[in-house]
Design a protein around this ligand. Structure first.
Ligand code: ZN
Length: 493
């Protein structure tokens, strides 16, 4: 390894210093940079490409299921924000305000949207006249601002973040529930089928639901450092927003009815989870589904073999490109193969093809998997099919490793000492019977900053909210009072 490539490489250890390691991977793999204002980041082309890969999947699924994209202003008049009191209370400490435009002081302050219910709902009210206008399903891809005073962590914690927010109105609560589950299912699918991350589905406890919501459902992903990431949320807002913003309609019997609304969102925190879950001490690891470059071909030549090696490599690159793979032929003269290997490892290219004079002579190619360096030799003739299979294998490897981490890290506990000890020692989720009192969460939170990240649900997915299953033991794992619910405690991002 040359000095130059050592400088390129990751110096922190994922297992010993996950925070520093994560920051280094994000910067060295060219995903993002820190902006001059604390709490903001600059997303670089390679980072944005990952966000676009998520958008491509999700946006297509939204449209297939009746969603239209729209765009609303980033500013919300204070009087609009105040119409739903829970939203005001819930977001007030984090709202950024515009008080001046040019040299003029504004008559009414404008909030920089922390979420857009308060600006979208009044228009939905205008656009909803009869039951024939429902369901109405709108979505916008945008950024929102929440002025939190915490340390910047690219994609996990930033004052401004990219997301999509869906807003829908329905004639019945059943319709709203079906919507909630459709979107939660799509979030689960994007994690499991695109990002290679298994998730747990459930609901947030009452005290931690979205301001104004009846129920907040969530997908949670476990990170290798033992902390949970809230992957996306889908809220049944009941009628609180419809009442506050007068979203009503005339039903089939000519009666005036109040609508039911939902909202649901997935942010670029999904990128944080992606990077954190799969990457290692060599750098970024990406599933082939989202990798901007899926296959890199590195030709290995001496002066006297250069021409034939390059020609052979170009032929393979062309075949793979024609078959629809995202391929790069790294024929740079000024870099040696070792340097190129390290660089593409750092950048998370899932599959490397090594082509030297022996491969040319035997009409073969050497394939190396990024996650574990597994090496295979494949025939030139069947290279397109072979690459396809290897990319799938790589996806499966990543998913299975993450699944094993998740399965190994759900543990049960039945006393505060056991809950604290288990999370303290292993991280992960601790499943325990819970009485439903927020005070019991406080007890755990105060000691080790772990909280109830979700409650599992049975019979969900249809036209109702499902039920939290009854625990095996009937005493709250914290206070010992009767418990009728199950809660999952974990530290979280
Ligand atoms: Zn309790």
């Amino acid at each position: 390894m040359s000095d130059e490539s050592q400088e390129l490489g990751i110096t922190e250890s994922k297992s010993h210093k996950p925070g520093e390691w994560y920051a280094e991977v994000v910067q060295k793999a060219d995903l993002a940079d820190y902006a001059p204002m604390g709490g903001f980041i600059v997303t670089k082309p390679r980072g944005y490409a990952l966000w676009e890969a998520i958008q491509d999947s999700l946006d297509g699924w939204f449209k297939e299921t009746g969603v239209d994209n729209v765009y609303f202003p980033m500013f919300i008049p204070e009087s609009f924000l105040e119409r739903e009191k829970d939203i005001v209370e819930g977001f007030d400490p984090e709202v950024a305000w515009v008080t001046q435009g040019g040299h003029e002081e504004l008559e009414e302050r404008l909030a920089v949207r922390p979420t857009s219910e308060s600006i979208i709902a009044p228009f939905m009210a205008d656009w909803t006249r009869s039951h024939r206008d429902l369901p109405m399903r709108l979505n916008q891809w945008c950024s929102v601002v929440r002025w939190e005073a915490t340390e910047t962590k690219p994609f996990f914690r930033t004052k401004e973040f990219m997301w999509q927010e869906g807003h829908t109105a329905h004639a019945s609560n059943e319709g709203a529930w079906e919507e909630v589950w459709t979107r939660l299912g799509q979030y689960e699918r994007v994690y499991e089928d695109v990002l290679a991350i298994p998730v747990l589905r459930g609901k947030k406890p009452e005290h931690d639901k979205f301001p104004g919501a009846d129920t907040t459902t969530t997908v949670e992903a476990l990170m290798p450092d033992g902390k949970s990431v809230q992957g996306a949320t889908s809220h049944n807002l009941g009628q609180s927003f419809a009442e506050a913003f007068d979203i009503s309609f005339v039903d089939e019997d000519e009666e005036e009815q109040t609508a039911y609304t939902t909202s649901w969102g997935l942010s670029w925190r999904a990128l944080g989870a992606l990077i954190m879950t799969h990457s290692d001490d060599q750098g970024l690891v990406l599933p082939p589904t989202v990798a901007p470059t899926q296959v890199v071909i590195v030709p290995i030549w001496q002066e006297d073999t250069k021409e034939e090696v390059l020609e052979y490599s170009e032929g393979i690159a062309d075949d793979l490109e024609d078959a629809g793979f995202r391929v790069e032929l790294d024929d740079r003269d000024e870099r040696n193969p070792g340097f190129k290997f390290n660089e593409h490892e750092l950048n998370g290219v899932p599959l490397r093809l090594e082509i030297g004079p022996y491969e040319v002579e035997d009409e073969e190619a050497t394939l190396v998997h990024r996650p574990d360096n597994e090496e295979t030799v494949e025939d030139r003739d069947g290279i397109v099919d072979a690459v396809d299979e290897h990319l799938e294998e790589i996806y499966d490897k990543l998913y299975e490793a993450a699944e094993e981490t998740l399965e190994d890290n759900v543990r049960e506990a039945h006393s505060p000492e056991e809950i604290l000890g288990t999370i303290g020692k292993h991280g992960g989720y601790v499943k325990t019977p819970w009485c439903g009192d927020e005070a019991c969460e406080e007890v755990i939170k105060e000691k080790i900053a772990a909280e109830i990240v979700m409650q599992p649900l049975e019979d969900e997915g249809g036209s109702s909210g499902g039920e939290v299953p009854e625990p095996d033991h009937d005493e709250c794992g914290v206070c010992g009072d009767p418990a009728a619910e199950i809660a999952y405690f974990a530290k979280s991002y």
